[in-house]
Design a protein around this ligand. Structure first.
Ligand SMILES: Nc1ncnc2c1ncn2[C@@H]1O[C@H](COP(=O)(O)OP(=O)(O)OP(=O)(O)O)[C@@H](O)[C@H]1O
Length: 241
């Protein structure tokens, strides 16, 4: 495996009295796209939130490029180069698409070359550039949320279920955009329940079950092995989209 960018070792997370993550161990290699799969409630979102410091790990270690970020506050984790696109998207619906992107660039104006590249990934955003983001469709809002996350160069992009609830045509646009992000060398950890999208994009796959990593390997091995798919994923996947 190539160089490890993010490593979780024995990570436990409690939310109030609830013990949600039960010792998560995994490594995300630098470059490429890792898909995090698992049934509803397995702990995928909690894993992303714990990486970002939005839930504090109660024990275990999270290392980003060798730096221990287990106890770091979220702004420091973001500054270290990790971007997070939650399922709820986190965009400003009253502001225009342009204003949403301008505000996302914290260190100054968005580089014009980068802006052209982003709008090439998500052409709909160019079309609705001066419209309030609240007018966008669900898929376009999701694209705006991702564009905000990459308004500045990042080293790792965490994205939670970007295709959830999208029509097949929008799922295909999203897949194309992630392919272009991969081609640009971005490292991505993607929570994705749609197996069509997951298998089209994933280089690596992690499968979670009950707050632990139940499987880790190459996505091509999982795609080629229906018995393994059935054992790990059962009927929780939407394989027909
Ligand atoms: N704020 C919270 N308080 C208490 N329990 C929570 C909270 N957030 C999540 N949980 C519980 O933690 C477990 C893992 O939830 P999580 O959202 O991480 O799962 P998930 O794999 O992302 O599921 P889904 O695919 O449904 O989004 C679930 O049992 C959930 O009910």
């Amino acid at each position: 495996m190539s160089e490890v960018l993010l490593q979780l070792e024995g990570v436990h997370t409690h939310i109030g009295p609830y013990h949600i993550l039960h010792g998560v161990d995994c490594a995300i290699p630098a470059g490429g796209l890792t898909v995090l799969l698992g049934r509803n409630g397995a702990g995928k979102t909690t894993t992303l939130r714990t990486i970002m410091g939005l839930w504090q790990a109660s024990s275990g270690r999270i290392r980003f490029d060798g730096l221990d970020i287990s106890k770091a506050p979220t702004p420091d984790i973001a500054r270290a180069g990790i971007a997070y696109v939650p399922e709820s998207m986190a965009i400003f619906t009253d502001l225009t698409v342009r204003e949403n992107i301008v505000l996302a660039a914290r260190s100054g104006p968005v580089d014009s070359g980068r802006l052209d590249w982003m709008l090439g990934l998500f052409p709909a955003l160019k079309r609705f550039w001066n419209l309030p983001a609240g007018n966008l469709s669900g898929g376009q809002k999701q694209m705006l949320a991702i564009a905000r996350a990459i308004a500045e160069p990042r080293r790792l992009l965490l994205v939670d279920e970007p295709t959830k609830g999208l029509a097949p045509v929008m799922v295909r646009s999203m897949i194309e955009a992630f392919r272009a992000l991969k081609a640009a060398g971005e490292t991505i950890l993607l929570v994705e329940q749609n197996f069509y999208a997951a298998s089209a994009l994933g280089d690596h796959v992690l499968v979670m079950d009950d707050g632990r990593i139940a499987h880790s390997g190459a996505m091509s091995d999982l795609v080629a092995d229906p018995v393994l798919q059935q054992r790990l994923l059962g009927l929780s996947l939407d394989a027909h989209q």
